[in-house]
Write a protein that binds this ligand. Structure first.
Ligand SMILES: Nc1ncnc2c1ncn2[C@@H]1O[C@H](COP(=O)(O)OP(=O)(O)OP(=O)(O)O)[C@@H](O)[C@H]1O
Ligand SMILES: [Mg+2]
Length: 491
C-alpha cells in the first residue's frame, strides 16, 4: 500500500506534498510577522498527527492551542479548499496533550539537574570558563559521592558545601574558589526568580509520554505553553528545547530509513536557541540535528529570517517553506537574496521578486523527492487547517488537561531524598555524634582529673586539629575526605 503523503498546499496546477519518508530530514518555516508561519506549523503538525506521528511543539503566543478544537466553517477557508482542490477536507480537532513548566496551562514538565547536565546548565546560567569548571566539578563530586542532583535545592546545597570545603577539594578537583561558587549561586538566584525551580525536579518527564498515539492511531500533539516562559526567561526556553533534543538523541534507537518519522519537533522562535550560544553548544546542536535523523526524529525550525539560523544547521533542513519577507531595507534585500540562493530554482519563478509579493498563508515551498533531492521551488497556497485558527478558551483547555492520557502522573511534584536532604542529614548526624563524643570525653576527662590531679595530660595538638576539622566539615563525606588526607599524613 502506498503511504499517503502530507498535503502542504497547492497552486493552480499542482498539489504540493511532503513525502513522509523525508519527514526526518528536517525543515524550516520562515517569514515576516503575520505572514502565516503559525498556521503552516499547525497544518504540518496536523498532517504528521494524521499519519500517526507524535509531535512536540512550543506555543509562544498561545494560538497553537487551536489545534485542540475543530475549525468552524468560514468562506475564506472554503475558498482555499477549492483553490487547492482538496476533496476530502474534514474539520476536526487533533489529539492534544498540553504541557507547561509552570503547571498552569498544562501538565508540569520537569527534568532533573543531573539530566540537564553541566553544559546546558552553564549556558543557561551564562557562566564564564572558570565558573563552568566549578560547575563540572560540582557534578563530579556529587557523582563520586553518590549524591543525587535532582532539584534546585540539591544544586545549591552542593555548592554551599563545596564553598565550605574548597581547601579539601583542591587536590582532587582542582582550584575551586568561593568567589566562583558565589557567582554561580547569584546566577542561580536570578534563575529561581524566573521560575526555573518548577522545571527542575521530579517526577521527571518520561519521553514515552511524548511519543504516544491515540486509540485511532493518530499521533498525539504535545503543546508546551511557553507564553510566560519566553518573556520571563528566553534562555530557559531554549534550554528546555535543547535538553529535549539531546534526550531524544541519547535515548532513541537507530531506525535507519523508515516510512515516516517516529517523532517530530517544532522549534518556534528558533533564533533563541542560537542567540549568544557559545560555540561548543552551537556545535553540539549542529551535530545532534545531523545525527538525530537516523533515529527517526524530524526537527522543524520556525523563524522570521533564515539568517537567524547558523549555516551549518540551515544546510541540513530539507523542507523549505518561505513566507513573505519585506524588502524595505538593504538588510531585507540581502536576506531575500540569500533565501533565493538556497532554493532549487524553477524557471517559472523569479524568487527574489516573488518573496515580498507573497500573500498571507502563501509561501515558496521546496520539498525533498523520493531520492532526497530538493524539488524545484513552487509558489504555494498553504492549505487551511482542520482545526481552529487562534487560541481556545480556558474551559476547553482545562477539560483537555483533565482527560489527557497523562492526567495525574506529573501534576504533583515529589521531593525524593537527594543531595540536599543527605547533606543536611549528614551534617546533623555528624554534629550529634560530635556532641556525644565531646560530652563523653569531657566526662572522662573530669574523671581522670579527679583521679590524677598531679599528672594532668593535655589534648595533643594533633587531636585538636582532627577534632576541629571534623567539626567544621561536619559531614560523613567530609570525614571520609579527612580520613584520606590524614591517612597519607600518618604514613
Ligand atoms: N494556511 C492558511 N489558511 C487560512 N488562513 C491562514 C493561513 N495562513 C495564515 N492565515 C491567516 O493569516 C493570519 C496570520 O497567520 P499566522 O498567525 O500564521 O502568522 P505568523 O506568521 O505566525 O505571525 P506572527 O509572526 O505574528 O506569529 C491567521 O490568523 C489566519 O487568519
Ligand atoms: Mg505566529
Amino acid at each position: 500500500m502506498k503511504q499517503p503523503h502530507l498535503l502542504i498546499g497547492g497552486n493552480l496546477t499542482d498539489q504540493i506534498l511532503l513525502n513522509p519518508k523525508m519527514g526526518n530530514r528536517h525543515g524550516l518555516i520562515a517569514g515576516a510577522t503575520g505572514t502565516g508561519k503559525t498556521v503552516t506549523l499547525q497544518i504540518l503538525a496536523e498532517g504528521f498527527s494524521d499519519l500517526g506521528v507524535p509531535v512536540f511543539m512550543a506555543d509562544i503566543k498561545g494560538d497553537l492551542s487551536g489545534l485542540a478544537k475543530a475549525a468552524s466553517p468560514h468562506p475564506k477557508i472554503d475558498e482555499r479548499i477549492e483553490k487547492i482542490k482538496i476533496t476530502d477536507y474534514q474539520s476536526k480537532a487533533a489529539p492534544i496533550v498540553f504541557w507547561d513548566v509552570f503547571g498552569k496551562q498544562g501538565h508540569p514538565l520537569r527534568t532533573t539537574v543531573s539530566d540537564i547536565g553541566p553544559l546546558l546548565l552553564s549556558n543557561l546560567l551564562e557562566l564564564n570558563d572558570t565558573q563552568t569548571g566549578v560547575l563540572y566539578a560540582c557534578f563530579k563530586i556529587a557523582d563520586d559521592n553518590g549524591l543525587l542532583l535532582l532539584d534546585f535545592k540539591d544544586l545549591r546545597s552542593m555548592l554551599t558545601w563545596m564553598s565550605d570545603h574548597t581547601k579539601e577539594l583542591r587536590s582532587e578537583y582542582g582550584n575551586i574558589t568561593s568567589a566562583s561558587i558565589g557567582a554561580i549561586q547569584r546566577d542561580l538566584l536570578i534563575l529561581q526568580q524566573q521560575g526555573v525551580e518548577n522545571f527542575l525536579g521530579e517526577p521527571a518527564l518520561n519521553l514515552e509520554d511524548l511519543m504516544r498515539t491515540d486509540l485511532s492511531g493518530r499521533g498525539i500533539i504535545n503543546i508546551m505553553d511557553v507564553t510566560k516562559l519566553v518573556q520571563k526567561s528566553p534562555r530557559l526556553y531554549a534550554t528546555i528545547l535543547l535538553w529535549l533534543l539531546s534526550e531524544l538523541f541519547e535515548n532513541l534507537p537507530e531506525v535507519g530509513d523508515a516510512d515516516k518519522p517516529k517523532f517530530v519537533m517544532f522549534f518556534d522562535e528558533a533564533h533563541l536557541l542560537f542567540d549568544d550560544a557559545p560555540e561548543a553548544l552551537t556545535d553540539k546542536i549542529e551535530q545532534i540535528v545531523r545525527l538525530i535523523r537516523s533515529k527517526g526524529v524530524g526537527v522543524y525550525f520556525i523563524s522570521q529570517s533564515p539568517m537567524d539560523i547558523p549555516e551549518s544547521v540551515l544546510g541540513q533542513l530539507g523542507l523549505r517553506i518561505q513566507h513573505a519577507l519585506r524588502a524595505f531595507t538593504p538588510k531585507d534585500q540581502k536576506a531575500i537574496k540569500m533565501v533565493a540562493q538556497t532554493f532549487r530554482p524553477n524557471p517559472k519563478i523569479d524568487i527574489s521578486t516573488c518573496i515580498p509579493e507573497l500573500g498571507i498563508g502563501e509561501a515558496l515551498v521546496s520539498t525533498l523527492d523520493e531520492n532526497g533531492s530538493p524539488t524545484p521551488v513552487e509558489r504555494t497556497l498553504i492549505r487551511p487547517p482542520q482545526s481552529q485558527i487562534g487560541p481556545i478558551d480556558v474551559e476547553t483547555r482545562l477539560s483537555q488537561i483533565k482527560r489527557s492520557p497523562v492526567a495525574g502522573k506529573y501534576d504533583d511534584a515529589i521531593d525524593r531524598e537527594s543531595a540536599h536532604e543527605l547533606l543536611k542529614k549528614r551534617a546533623e548526624k555528624a554534629e550529634k555524634e560530635e556532641d556525644a563524643r565531646q560530652e563523653k570525653e569531657d566526662a572522662e576527662r573530669a574523671k581522670k582529673k579527679e583521679k590524677k590531679k598531679s599528672s594532668r595530660k593535655s589534648q595533643s595538638p594533633f587531636d585538636a586539629l582532627i577534632k576541629s576539622a571534623a567539626r567544621t566539615i561536619g559531614t560523613q563525606l567530609g570525614r571520609k575526605l579527612l580520613r584520606g588526607i590524614l591517612g597519607s599524613l600518618l604514613k
